[in-house]
Design a protein around this ligand. Structure first.
Ligand code: DGY
Length: 302
């Protein structure tokens, strides 16, 4: 295990296997992971762990890699598959938390919550004013959902309750072509997984297609957006604003974004509720225990 998990989950894991757990601060160093995976039958990994070819090659006994995340772009799945190692993720259990957080970001950026908070904390607030920090109302606006899987659909359901019209585009070809979604939506929210096809899906050309009054929301993976292009679009007011939970090189944030007022920056909190993180840990443990017990995993990656 590349880190400890809630007690209830540790108890289950320790009852089922001998556990070697990284107890250091922060992310387990890659070299440490390569050294300690040797001889292990299972690896329980976090989204921040690079489960690279060298890790997988060092883990010659590995039967399962259980990632505590729905995304698994941190794992070299090609090498894992070559070696017959099962890779599992944690879908479903984080859908509501991530969709809730997406709505939090939509509201924060369209209602200029970050700007208001900074104004109050810096002592710059001089009291209520008729035209202070006016934002955009959601009712009647169009939300473009890019990627219409579980989380995309859950975001759409919540946005409908706010009176928004929903359009979507998806990899299966359902919905609207991406170009049209970008040029007609008031808010564009990204929910595609990170793959070689979706890396920099939103770059300079796509941002230029969006309305000048539109907002971009990213709660999926940072590299889906070209951050340099986004900083340029926000600086030149080519779009009205953006709200990001994920970044190209976490935990680094493009320095230009840090100084812009029209972007809300969150530290990868999409699934961060106690209930959800516990459920993710529990599902990852169930996957791991199932495979070690010779049973099929509950949620293998597709
Ligand atoms: C995921 O599950 O992929 C998130 O990014 C981490 O919760």
């Amino acid at each position: 295990m590349t880190r400890g998990l809630p007690l209830s989950v540790m108890t289950r894991l320790e009852a089922a296997c001998d556990v070697d757990r990284f107890d250091g601060k922060g992310v387990m160093p890659h070299d440490d992971l390569v050294a300690r995976v040797a001889g292990k039958h299972a690896l329980l990994s976090m989204v921040t762990d690079a489960v690279s070819r060298s890790v997988i090659e060092a883990g010659t006994n590995l039967r399962v890699i259980a990632n505590v995340a729905v995304g698994y772009n941190n794992i070299d799945v090609v090498t894992a598959r070559e070696r017959g190692i099962i890779v599992t993720n944690t879908p479903d259990v984080l859908t509501d938390a991530t969709a809730d957080f997406t709505l939090a970001l939509i509201l924060a950026v369209t209602r200029r919550l970050g700007e208001g908070e900074r104004m109050v904390r810096r002592g710059n607030w001089k009291g209520w004013a008729f035209d202070q920090l006016l934002g955009m109302q959601l009712r009647g606006r169009q939300l473009g959902v890019v990627g219409f899987g579980r989380i995309g659909r859950a975001v759409a359901a919540r946005a409908s309750a706010f009176g928004m019209t929903i359009v979507h585009s998806s990899r299966s070809g359902s919905g609207m072509p991406l170009d049209r979604l970008l040029s007609t939506s008031d808010i564009v929210s990204l929910h595609v997984p990170l793959t070689s096809e979706t890396r920099h899906l939103i770059g300079q050309a796509e941002l230029a297609r969006m309305k000048r009054s539109a907002y971009l929301i990213n709660t999926t993976r940072g590299p889906v957006v070209d951050e340099t292009a986004l900083a340029w679009a926000l600086r030149s007011r080519l779009i009205a604003g953006a709200a990001l939970d994920v970044y190209e090189r976490e935990p680094e944030v493009h320095p230009d974004l840090l100084s812009l007022e029209n972007v809300v920056l969150a530290p990868h909190l999409g699934s961060a509720t106690t209930e959800t993180r516990t459920a993710m840990a529990d599902l990852a443990a169930s996957n791991l225990i199932a495979v070690l017990g010779g049973k099929p995993p509950l949620t293998p990656i597709p």
